[in-house]
Design a protein around this ligand. Structure first.
Ligand code: SF4
Length: 387
């Protein structure tokens, strides 16, 4: 292990970290050490048990912004529902979103569906082996293409996901936030990549970030790269990567209506394809304006979005949910349909459904909490049909 540094040595090594050239003997040693560690410590993951490009592609997309333990059951259910790229291409968007329900970042599911149709129709059902053709598919960026092409075909294509950025930023003691040094980090990943064992090298790099070089408390004592890691030599492993200064995320207060009709049906609407949660179903509602009560907001939003009059009744539940760039508080009320035929003025479709039918539709996670609350309490007494 390298000796721990004094502060003046830290300053010297910090400036040395601006030199991105790793000597070739160091690169060779880093490759060997990582591959040896992976042979013993690599994770046994379902998508590593074969080299089927379809399976690997699905796992790569699911793993974007989502942890392995969350992905595994989704991945297994997905392959049962859509065992081949042709089966995925032939499914409806609603079936695809239903399989994805609860996994978040729904654009990933919509893009998987579109990409499957492109592969089925333009690539003869085969995942493209050319990098340019792979990144031309919806939802596949540079690092996802690298992950798929290296894992499925052992092609020497580098990766740079969140875990890899962190590992490389520490290995080189990068003095800037990783997202401000992306080209530099791409070069680093390219230089380090073992051209012969690209599949195992990239998988090993991901495992290193996921199991040892973790965001907090990296386990440097067991790391195969500790002898060459600048952050470790500088005892800066807990201080790197340099973080971006972020302003607090905005908070939106939303009024949400569970609108019942006299047949004990509930009104749901399908969000427009463009934008957040596109194509998913939801309970209608909208943002509370300054100085507006929740009840007034709900009546106004339902008139604007659906063109109907409602009575706002008791509160059903309150749901807090955090998305990547904002958080919401949903104030959900039972409501009763008074007059007018619902129209999809600001959505793609509206539908009256029974409480039991709600499970057939894909909903965002925050709305699933509303469905759970509804199942517990059922319809309010005011909408029970008259005897
Ligand atoms: S030595 Fe520590 S900081 Fe450096 S790569 Fe390994 S786990 Fe990460």
């Amino acid at each position: 292990m390298p000796a721990k540094s004094t502060s003046s040595a830290k300053a010297q090594q910090n400036s040395a970290s601006s030199n991105q050239d790793l000597p070739s003997f160091v690169v060779a040693e880093l490759r060997d050490r990582l591959l040896q560690w992976y042979a013993k410590q690599g994770r046994d993951l379902p998508w590593r048990r074969n080299q089927n490009p379809y399976h690997i592609w699905i796992s790569e997309i699911m793993l974007q912004q989502t942890q392995v333990k969350t992905v595994i059951p989704y991945y297994e259910r997905w392959l049962q529902a859509f065992p081949t790229v042709e089966a995925l291409a032939a499914a409806s968007q609603e079936q695809v979103l239903k399989q994805w329900e609860g996994l978040g970042y729904y654009a990933r599911a919509r893009n998987l569906h579109k990409a499957a149709q492109a592969i089925a129709h333009q690539h003869n059902g085969q995942f493209p082996t050319q990098f340019e053709a792979a990144i031309a598919l919806p939802g596949i960026g540079r690092t996802t293409a690298g992950g798929i092409l290296s894992a499925a075909f052992n092609q020497p294509v580098p990766i740079l996901d969140g875990n890899v950025k962190r590992v490389l930023a520490r290995l080189t003691a990068l003095q800037k936030p990783p997202n401000r040094s992306l080209e530099w980090l791409w070069q680093c990943s390219t230089t380090l990549l073992d051209p012969v064992h690209s599949r195992d090298f990239n998988q090993a790099l991901m495992d290193l970030g996921a199991t040892l070089c973790t965001p907090r408390h990296p386990n440097c004592g067991h790391c195969p790269w500790s002898a060459h890691c600048r952050a470790y030599a500088l005892t800066m492993q807990n201080d790197l990567p340099v973080s971006e200064t972020r302003s607090p995320i905005p908070h939106k207060v939303i009024g949400v209506a569970v609108i019942w009709n006299d047949s004990q049906q509930i009104l749901i609407d399908r969000r427009r394809q463009e934008g957040l949660l596109g194509g998913l179903w939801e309970f209608p509602g909208g943002k509370v304006e300054p100085n507006e009560t929740i009840e007034h907001c709900i009546r106004r939003e339902i008139q604007e979005e659906l063109g109907i009059e409602i009575e706002v009744g008791d509160r059903l539940t309150v749901v807090d949910h955090t998305y990547s760039h904002f958080r919401v508080t949903l104030n959900v009320h039972h409501c009763h349909h008074v007059s007018g035929i619902p129209q999809p003025l600001e959505c793609d479709e509206v539908r009256w459904v029974t409480l039991n039918e709600l499970d057939q539709y894909p909903f965002p996670k925050a709305n699933i909490h509303i469905i759970e609350a509804l199942k517990q309490v059922g319809p309010p007494s005011s909408v029970n049909p008259s005897p």
